[in-house]
Design a protein around this ligand. Sequence first.
Ligand SMILES: [Zn+2]
Length: 405
Amino acid sequence: MMRFLAVTTFFLLSFQAQAEQTVVLISIDGFRHDYIELHGAPNIERIASQGVRSEGLIPVYPSKTFPNHLSIVTGQYPVNHGIVDNNFYDTERKQRYKMGDGVKDSTWLTTLPIWNLAEFQGVKAATFFWPESEARINGRTPSYYFNYSTPAPNQQRIDQMVQWLKLPEPVRPRLVTGYFSIVDTMGHRFGPDSHQVEKAVKHVDKLIGEFWQRIQNEVDVPVNLILVSDHGMVDIKADAMIDVSTFPIDESLFETVNAQTRFMIYANEETTQQQIDDLRSQLGAMADGRYFIETETSLTQLGVTDGPRTAAIILGTQAPASFTSRAVEQRRDGGAHGFHSSRDMDGLFIAAGPAIKHQANISRFSNIHIYPFMAELLGLKLMTPIDGDGEVLAPLISSQFTHKN
Ligand SMILES: [Zn+2]
C-alpha cells in the first residue's frame, strides 16, 4: 500500500512538475525577421537552434507597435482588442486615443490579455513592460508590473526578470514579459540597414544571451522563452513624403489622424454620406499614384471591420513614401513600419525551452496565434472567443506537455 501511494505520489508530482511550465515572452520592438543574419545576433541564433524559429512573424494591420503588441497578448485583431493604431479617434466616445492611454482609462481595451487570463486562473503574471500592461483591465493588473513613464535601463529589466523567476513558489510568476525598444528607435532614425541598428541589435542580443544563460544556471523552474517582435522596418525617403496639409479636408466635418504610413479621416456625426463621397473622389483625383484609398474589400482582407474606431476614409501608401505634416526642411530619410504586410514588415518569432520541440524553421504565420500557444503552455483555459487558432502552433509543443486530451 505504502509503495503504491509512493509511486502514485511520485507520478502525480512529476506530472504536476511537467504541467507547471513557465513562459517568458520578450519583445524586441522593430526587430525585422532577417536582422539575425543582416546584423549578426549570435545569442538569439543559438537560442533559435535549440528550439523553433519562424521564417517571419506576420503583423496585424496596421503594422504598428501598440496594435501588434496587443494582438500578441490577446489573440485578437485590433478591431476586436480595441487598440486599432498607436493613435486613433473614436467617433462614439468622441475622444482620441494615444499610446498608453489605457493606463488612465482601461475601457479603451475591449478584451482579455494573457496576464488577465493567467491571474484569473490563479497563475501570477509579471511584466517588465509591455504596451498597456500597467492598465487595470477587467479590474486586474499583473501581480508585478512597472510604469513605463520612466523607462528602466535594459540591464535592470533582465535582472528583474531573473529575480522574479527565482522567487519562492507561492509568489513566483509563471508568466513574465519583457520589452526592449532600442532596435525600433534606431530603425526609425537611421533605417534598417544602418550601423546604428546593427549596434542596437548586438546590444539586445547580448542581453538576451545573458538572460538565457542565467535561466539555465540560476533558475530551477522550466522556462520557455518566446522571443518576438511586433513588426519589421523599411526605408522611407524625405523626398517621397506626402504633405497632408494639401488635402482639402473641412475640419468642421472630419477628424483626422496622421499615422505616417496611413492617414485616417473620421466623419463627424452630422457629416453626410454625400460629403464623405465627395471628399473621397477629390482625394482620389489628386492621388497621382502617391497613395491609395482603402476599399471595403481591402479592409476586410486586412481584418478591419466597421466600428467607431474605423475611419470613414483611410489613405494608405507604400515605402519609401509616407504621410507627413512637417515642413520640407524638417523632413528626414529614415525607417518606418505600419504598411500592409510584406516581408519587410515581418517580425521575429523564436521559441525554446523544455516544452518546445527542437525543430527546423517553420513558415511565417500571423501573430494572433501566439496567445493560444502561450495559454496551452501555461495550462490556461481560453475564456473568450479569439481570432487566433491554437492549432497553428500546437505542433511546436512536445507531446508530454500538452494539456489537451
Ligand atoms: Zn516603431
